[in-house]
Every structure is written in structure tokens, then in C-alpha cells.
Ligand binder design. Structure first.
Ligand code: 13P
Length: 365
């Protein structure tokens, strides 16, 4: 049985006919595969604009802007009204507050995105909380009521979702408990999303914080990836209708032995090849605290390799797409700010070029 369609069929299913959808009970594999592939279509990637209210408020305050629901909306509405970014941005991940907000002219944000051929997405986890009895380790929560929330977001126009697990490297961590609970939760989230028509972005982020070596980051990343995909198999997740959002392989920020950009690209691709199913349509990296240029350069190098990767290698950057746009916006803090839009447009173009290995440092000036 297919999910009961509650959407117009002639507009790619973006707009609801009813505001009280019934819950689906089975996955529409065709819809999931179509949207997953569209999200990683050539030259394009995802903008992660799903910072929680707390995180977005901190970012605004860090550049001297008073944080409120209206300033969060105004900053994002300005960003999303940038001309032409749809050639390098296929989808935008929104936060619960933002998916309910409107552009300056009153158009609901998900409807505005869909009208530009950009797929609206939604962060559905409720945050990384302390893992019981494990000092400093986290488990991401949000499974309670997830089915109902996914159904509501689908009715609002969302076609994909994100859930971020956070894995910290330290002396005796990550623990078995951290690997197993987070892999299990990622798979449960993915199965529920797919049942409700949303492509799950599976994000197990191994943090850059710490003094660990790149080899240790490789081991931990390999472990969480293989555990997560095993859980996905047990729980019947349809891999051709999902995307992975991993970290790249780095030495911890406090490690004395940092590796070159070429080595980051080589180790990352090797780790993915060994642990990610080849029928996954795409891998959309997080930027994780890298500089804008590093995030672009690393992706560019991976796509430039003389290898036919089984998946598309793309981006789902937050900070690496928005940092300059936010600083520019803060300088004037106006509803409409073309310098902020220009900064976003530039980074989107640079990363779009990195999708095919066509980025070059000279294009940055
Ligand atoms: P960064 O690119 O800033 O790491 O954010 C991506 C993201 O969405 C993390 O969940």
C-alpha cells in the first residue's frame, strides 16, 4: 500500500490539500528515491539553515544582533531571497520555528522554496542530550511523537529530514553504549521518516574537538558508519531513498599532527568506500567547524579524484555557507541586505563548482 497522497500531483507534491493529513503506513519508495536523487543532482547541494532557536540566537548575539523570533526570521528570509542560488542549492533544512514562518511578502517559507525548485527539509531531532551514566557522551532524542511530527511536516511541504547524532572522541570514548544507542536511534528515525514520505538525512557527526589523530577519527567514523548501516538494514530502511551526512576525516583540532587537504580527501573517501552501501544515492558532508575555503577545497579534491564514486559527493553545510552572510547581515541588520545575499551566493557557487572538482582558489577573489 502506498502512502495516502494528500497533495496536488501536478506540482511535485509540495503543497497540501488538507491540513489534517492521515498517517501513512507504508513507504512510497519511488517518491523517496526521486527526492533523494534530486537533492544530490549535479552541481547542487543542501543549505543547512536549521540551527535551533538557541544556536541561532547565540550566532546572532555573537555578531551583535539582538536575538528574537523576528530577527531569526528576517535574517533567514533575506538569505533565502538571494537571486539564483537554486542552481547550486537543491534543498534547505529548516527548524520547526522557520518552517512555520513567512518571507517578507507573507509567502510561507516552504512554499517560497518549492516555487523556486528548492526542496524544503526539516530537522526533526530534539537535540543531543547526556547519555545516562556516561560522562560527556550524548544520545540524540526525538523519537517520541516523531511519526505525527513527520506527517505534519510533510503536509507543510517538507520532503526530507535531518537527525544529528554527536560522537565525541576522548580517552575512553566513544563507548559501546554511545555507538549502539546512536546507531539504533538513527535507524529508527530513518524508518519513521521514510514511512511518512520524508527522505532521511542520516547524520552521525564525529566531532573535531580533541587532540586525537586522524587515524583515530577514521576508526571511530568507520565504526559508527558500519553500526548505523547495520541497524538500518535490521530496521528495513530503504537505502536508495536516504542520504548520509558524515564528517570528513581530520585529526582533532588540538592534535599536533594535522594532515594535508589531499590526505583528508583520501582518507575520507577510503572510509566511506569501506563502510557505506553503494546503493545510497548521495553523501552530503557537514562542515563541522572547517573554514569556508577548507570545506570547499576538501569536497573539490574528493570530486576531482580519478575515481568513479558509487554515490554523489555533495554538501549540506551550515556554517561554511552562512558565516560570511551572517557577519555581513550583522553590519547593517536590515530587513533586506544585498551584501549578505552576495556572500551567500558566492559560497553557494563555490561549493556548486566543488561538486564536479571545478573549484579553484583563484575563483575566491
Ligand atoms: P555545519 O556545516 O555548520 O557543521 O552544520 C551542518 C549541520 O547541519 C550540522 O547538523
Amino acid at each position: 500500500m502506498k502512502i495516502r497522497r494528500i497533495f496536488h500531483s501536478n506540482d511535485d507534491g509540495f503543497f497540501p490539500e488538507s491540513s489534517s493529513p492521515e498517517l501513512g503506513t507504508n513507504m512510497d519508495k519511488e517518491l523517496l528515491e526521486k527526492n533523494a536523487n534530486e537533492l544530490v543532482s549535479p552541481g547542487r547541494g543542501i543549505l543547512a539553515a536549521d540551527e535551533s532557536n538557541g544556536t541561532m540566537s547565540n550566532r546572532l548575539e555573537s555578531v551583535g544582533v539582538e536575538a528574537s523570533s523576528e530577527t531569526r526570521r528576517a535574517y533567514r528570509a533575506n538569505l533565502l531571497s538571494t537571486e539564483g542560488y537554486e542552481s547550486s542549492i537543491s534543498g534547505v533544512i529548516l527548524f520547526d520555528e522557520t518552517i512555520r514562518q513567512s518571507m517578507d511578502n507573507g509567502t510561507p517559507i516552504p512554499e517560497f522554496l518549492a516555487s523556486r525548485g528548492v526542496i524544503p527539509g526539516i530537522k526533526v531531532d530534539t537535540g543531543a542530550k547526556d547519555l545516562a551514566g556516561r560522562n560527556g557522551e550524548k544520545i540524540t532524542e526525538g523519537l517520541d511523537g516523531l511519526r505525527e511530527r513527520c506527517s505534519e511536516y510533510f503536509a507543510m511541504g517538507a520532503r526530507f529530514a535531518k537527525w544529528r547524532a554527536v560522537i565525541k572522541i576522548g580517552d575512553d570514548i566513544p563507548s559501546e553504549a554511545c555507538f549502539s544507542t546512536n546507531a539504533h536511534a538513527l535507524a529508527r528515525y530513518s524508518a519513521i521518516c521514510q514511512e511518512q514520505g520524508l527522505v532521511p538525512i542520516i547524520e552521525p557527526e564525529v566531532l573535531m574537538a580533541g587532540d586525537h589523530t586522524a587515524e583515530r577519527c577514521y576508526q571511530v567514523t568507520a565504526e559508527i558508519l558500519s553500526r548505523t548501516f547495520s541497524e538500518c538494514e535490521i530496521q528495513g530502511v530503504h537505502i536508495p531513498g536516504a542520504l548520509l551526512k558524515p564528517n570528513m576525516i581530520f585529526a582533532g583540532v588540538d592534535c599536533e599532527n594535522q594532515i594535508s587537504r589531499e590526505e583528508v580527501a583520501r582518507m575520507t573517501v577510503k572510509c566511506l568506500n569501506e563502510n557505506v552501501p553503494s546503493d545510497l544515492p548521495g553523501i552530503v558532508f557537514l562542515s563541522g567547524g572547517q573554514s569556508d575555503e577548507d570545506a570547499t577545497a576538501h569536497l573539490n579534491l574528493m570530486n576531482k579524484m580519478n575515481v568513479d564514486h558509487p554515490w554523489q559527493l555533495s554538501y549540506s553545510y551550515g556554517r561554511a555557507l552562512q558565516a560570511n552572510a551572517l557577519s555581513e547581515w550583522a553590519l547593517r541588520n536590515e530587513q533586506s541586505d544585498s551584501s549578505s545575499r552576495d556572500a551567500f551566493s558566492h559560497r553557494a557557487k563555490m561549493n556548486g563548482l566543488a561538486r564536479s572538482g571545478d573549484w579553484d582558489l583563484s575563483l575566491e577573489s
